[in-house]
Design a protein around this ligand. Structure first.
Ligand code: GDG
Length: 493
């Protein structure tokens, strides 16, 4: 069965309609900002927020998240609620206010300087401070209190997102064993040896085992998690069933490869104005009549932007016939810039771009154009469509939605995807040109192969990837999770 908005809606209504549905995440789906004399609502740059927003619009309910916009407080009611989406409200966003100290300890500190680097094999040293951990616990407790308040006496289902809330499910279950709690981990889970360096690893594992269901993108991350628990705490690991029993409570561990709204992206990409926009963008002298490559990423060290630029440098060294004929456009906003590691990375990306451009540029051509600004979803589609090649070169990535968005937007069956083997997406998109971002020479050769691929081959590869993303879309992801947790027996999934 092909999953879409309508059949998912029917199932949600019929099977879980009586439950109060609460999603929890750090990042909110809508942010209110001051722009001169008005307040504007923007969506964040987050794969998680984008796809969960689609889920919420179908399931309805309450989304509990940190209120991060300067104008957020000005638009909520006395319960800190606001109805969203702004254009057609159909669920409630409950904003949680965090102090600067809480954000520094829980979010920037423990979550992003500690857990993020140990979960990604990107060779950035994690930092674990006791004060951050204390704040992280405090914030998990704060969220738990608010969720229980929102749940009231209802029977309910809480769906927690990501590594910011490893302690939450246990706190909730200790207080309300009757509610169903599931968590989705959007980033990789490391191997047992790597995880062991976290000083509070056991508490994290016990916290996560409060969940009835714990989801990862791919089976390999599930296995890493089972193995980590097996080596760390007193618990019964059932490898066959892929479940863990701890303190007489069972947690199912399952892979659910996340995806995108294929149809919506394809429809956006078919709009007549896309062609107009492409023409306009290509008028830029640096792009006109040239082959174009694109990269779209938050500026994050896990995304392999430096490795990508090094491969482009090597490509021009080895194949100078492409000088002036190929331009690479790197798009993506700054991310977590409060952190020194991110400041440094951002500087390195900029300096490497300048160095490569100085080495090769002539007349009105330069090899790399870097735009570190925010683009709307509509803008991004124009770039996906105008590209001859799209490069995703993450050093490690739970899934990577950019790869799937690129594929969904290419209804013309044109364009070549160069994709890191170390992304979750590479397990599904096998007809992309798969690369190891650390192997600079091979990576450079793959860029040449992509630019020289014949039309038939391109079409065949793209069609296959499109079939996969169309079938395994975000609606199927949601249906699979709901079916697992509510034992709906939707065999056809
Ligand atoms: C985490 C995991 C996993 C990018 N620039 C702009 C913009 N984007 C959007 C892209 C895409 C999203 O951001 C990035 O999603 P990714 O999946 O690539 O990466 P993370 O943000 O690191 O997400 C990842 C994901 O969670 C979901 O589980 O796939 O592995 O790391 O949607 O289009 N969006 C806008 N403006 C931009 O300038 N609006």
């Amino acid at each position: 069965m092909a999953w879409d908005k309508d059949n998912l809606k029917k199932i949600v209504k019929a099977k879980i309609g009586s439950y109060k549905f609460i999603i929890v995440s750090n990042r909110e789906p809508y942010i209110h900002r001051f722009f001169e004399d008005e307040i504007r609502c923007v969506t964040p740059v987050s794969g998680m927020a984008l796809v969960l927003n689609i889920v919420m619009q179908i399931c309805g309910g309450i989304w509990v998240a940190h209120g991060s916009g300067e104008a957020d407080k000005d638009v909520v009611d006395f319960n800190d609620h606001i109805q969203v989406p702004p254009e057609n409200p159909n669920y409630t966003l409950r904003r949680v206010w965090l102090t600067k100290e809480e954000m520094n300890g829980y979010y920037f500190g423990f979550a992003n300087e500690g857990l993020w680097p140990i979960c990604h094999n990107a060779y950035t040293r994690p930092i674990f401070r006791k004060s951050d951990w204390d704040m992280y616990r405090k914030v998990n407790e704060k969220f738990a209190k608010i969720i229980l308040e929102e749940m009231d006496d209802n029977e309910g289902f809480v769906f927690i997102q990501d590594y910011h809330f490893t302690l939450l499910s246990k706190i909730l279950k200790d207080k309300r064993p009757d509610i169903t709690v599931a968590q989705f981990w959007h980033i990789p889970w490391p191997n047992e040896e790597t995880f062991r360096i976290c000083p509070w690893g056991d508490e994290i594992l016990e916290g996560l085992l409060g969940n009835d269901l714990l989801g990862f993108h791919i089976r390999h991350h599930c296995q890493n998690f089972l193995d980590t628990v097996d080596h760390s705490i007193e618990a019964k690991v059932d490898w066959e069933k892929s479940s863990i029993t701890h303190n007489e409570k069972e947690t199912l561990i399952r892979p659910f490869p996340i995806s995108v709204d294929f149809k919506k992206i394809e429809n956006m990409s078919r709009q007549a104005e896309v062609e107009e926009n492409i023409k306009r963008i290509k008028k830029d002298r640096r792009l006109k009549n040239r082959l174009i490559g694109i990269g779209v990423d938050r500026i994050d060290y896990t995304k392999g932007i430096l490795e990508r630029f090094k491969a482009i440098d090597r490509f021009f060294e080895k194949y100078p016939q492409y000088l002036g004929r190929f331009s690479f456009l790197q798009l993506g906003p700054l991310s977590r810039i409060h952190l020194q590691q991110y400041k440094n990375y951002n500087d390195e990306v900029y300096h490497l771009m300048v160095e490569i451009n100085e080495k090769y540029q002539f007349k009105d051509w330069q090899p790399i154009i870097l735009r570190k600004t925010y683009f709307s979803q509509e803008d991004l589609i124009n770039y996906y469509r105008l590209a001859d090649i799209c490069i995703v070169s993450s050093l490690h990535d739970g899934m990577n939605l950019v790869a799937k968005e690129f594929v969904a937007s290419r209804w013309d069956n044109d364009g070549v995807l160069i994709l890191s083997r170390f992304t979750g997406s590479a397990r599904e998109l096998e007809t992309a040109l798969l690369i190891n971002p650390f192997a600079t020479d091979q990576f450079a050769d793959t860029i040449k192969e992509a630019l020289e691929m014949d039309e038939e081959e391109k079409k065949k590869r793209m069609q296959r990837m499109r079939e996969i993303v169309e079938e395994n879309n975000i609606y199927r992801w949601t249906a699979k999770i709901l079916s697992e947790i509510f034992k709906l027996g939707l065999e056809e999934i």
